[in-house]
Structures are given as C-alpha cells and as structure tokens.
Ligand binder design. Sequence first.
Ligand code: F0G
Length: 355
Amino acid sequence: MSYFKQWPGLIKAYEKWLPITNKTPVITLQEGGTPLLELKYLNELIGKNVKVFAKYDGLNPTGSFKDRGMTMAISKAKENGCEAVICASTGNTSAAAAAYAKKGGMKSFVLIPDGYVAQGKLAQALVYGAEVLAIKGNFDRALKIVQQLADEFPITLVNSVNPYRLEGQKTAAFEIIDSLGKAPDFVCIPMGNAGNITAYWMGFNEYFNAGISKSLPKMMGFQAEGSAPLVLGKTIDNPETIATAIRIGNPVNKEKAFNVRKESGGKFTKVSDEEIIKAYKILGKEEGIFCEPASASSIAGLLKMKDEIPTNSIIVCVLTGNGLKDPDCAIKNNDALFKAGIEPDIEIVAKSMGF
Ligand code: F0G
C-alpha cells in the first residue's frame, strides 16, 4: 500500500514545459523536486532582513544537478535510437551520464582529467558501469576530444552543448518559483562551463513570459579565483582550484553566460579557495548542509557581495553537488575534534567526552 504519492521525476512534473512527445521514453531516477531550505544562520550573518535559501540540488539521485539535464538528454537519445553516449567531465556529469545511460540500457564513455576528479564521483562512474578514460590533460582538452568523437562516430554527446541538458536543468528555476510563490531577487550560482546559469535563466524567463512570476532575478555567477575565465573575460590555460568541479578554463557556454549577465543585470565575481572553504564549513557547521566545494562558491560569493545586497532581498544560492562526492576535501577541511585510538572502555570513553 502506498501512503504518499511519489514525486514522478522532473520530466513528468514539468512535461508541458519540455520538448517531449508521447513517443519519448522517459528515462528517470525521479530526479528534481529538491528542497529549498532557508539558511537561518546566513540570514543573521547578512542582516538587513534578507532571506537566504539554498536550492539543495546535491540531493538528486546521483548527488548533483546534472541529473536534471541527464534525464532529458538520455531520454531524447533513447528516443532517437542512440546506443551509446559520451561526455567529458570534472566528475558530476560523468556520474549522471553513467547512471542514466544504464537506466536507459545504453553504453557510456566518460573522459575525465586524470587525478582531478573527486573520489566519490570517480567511484560513481565505475559503479554505474561507464567506460572511464582518464586523460593526461584538463577538462577543456577532454571536451574538445569528445566533441570530435561525437562528430565522427555513432555516439551522442551529453555535455551541456546538448540542448536537452539545459532544458532539463531549467526546471530548477520552476521549482524555486513554485516553492517561493515568486521569483527571488538574486540567484547565486557557481559557474564552470556555464550551462547551469544559462538553464536557470531560461527557466526564470519561461515562467515570467507565461505570467507565473512577475519579476526576474539578477543572476550572480561565481568562479574560483584560479579558474575564472568568465570573470576575467579570457581563457585560462591552466585553471587551478580546490573546487575541481569548476576547474574549467574555457567554458563552452561563455557567450550565453555573458548574455545572462547582461539581460539579468547580474554580476560575475571570483572567490578564493579560502573563501570557498570558509563557506563550506559554515554550511556544514551552522546549517547542517554538506555540499561539495564548488557548490560552496555560491555562498562564498554571497558573503563577498553582502554589502551590495539591498534590504529585504530574497536570495537563492544553488548548492549544485553533495559533499559526499569529495570526502578528501571534507577530511582535510573541518574544525571537528577527532580523537582516535581510544580504548574501548566506558570510563576512558566518558573521560574523553569530558565527563
Ligand atoms: N557545481 C558542480 C558541483 C559542478 O559539477 C559543476 C559542473 C558546476 C557547479 C558548474 O556548472 O558547468 O553548468 O557552469 N560540472 C561539470 C561536470 C563541468 O563535468 O560535472 P556549469
């Protein structure tokens, strides 16, 4: 017996907004429908009666927002008779591509930058049965290669140049408006290849044009200092940051991102790795939210621009990926008291607890 009606996944939830027909086989892991959490500690920290929310997309089935795009890209690939998909990835796209490809009965190939993918993400691609090719080069190089491979061989590219990816990802903007009852004033979002900021902007505009929301947010994009091509306005040959998910020097959606900034009246800003880690710790310790470092850049960015935020603003920070993806970062960057090698004796344990 079923007590609760299940969330059906974002394609079914938003089908009239998506390019699907009754012939599209819906390949879903019931992604989307993620929480919009109010961040009380951050409200206080920023003051001015602002309300800060996190769109916690790390709670998707493979632990990142990529599932939103992948359910669409893989469903359309299946509809078109495709048997194999390929992507380049800093880790999350590969995890999602591998999972959804399997769900749809397809093969997946993923190219990743050797040594620069967080352990959890690599584990996922392996467990979901992708063919993982780690190249001696960064994400930008890997993306060039997969684009060429997809041109030459019968294999579908599922990076965010695939338009169905953005169609799926735009549903996060719908969910935010459906939860708040209106559009926020600001959206703070990490940028790598800049697909997600583009997709959010599409979603906000579609609801606005349909009269469901009466305003549009300013889109605030954040990049890591050592990997900030969109902030600096130039390609970075050797991007570096602790936030490996957004370690991208030549974003494929850069023109679209510049357009989003212009149309929304937003701003792009860089944040240092130290600022990212500070925000990452605040989320864990003060809000009970474990996100990956790239995601924390949205909070780091908000803290950096806090003086520019008008009174009474409603701000949504997008937390793109789950903290479990990058356990190495977590273990190296926390303020917890960790005592090891304690004798299994009640008195000794109690004493160690301070009793
Ligand atoms: N946050 C996380 C956790 C990501 O994995 C990514 C991108 C972004 C933010 C940036 O999103 O590229 O749409 O601007 N990850 C890609 C990947 C590149 O391969 O998983 P974007």
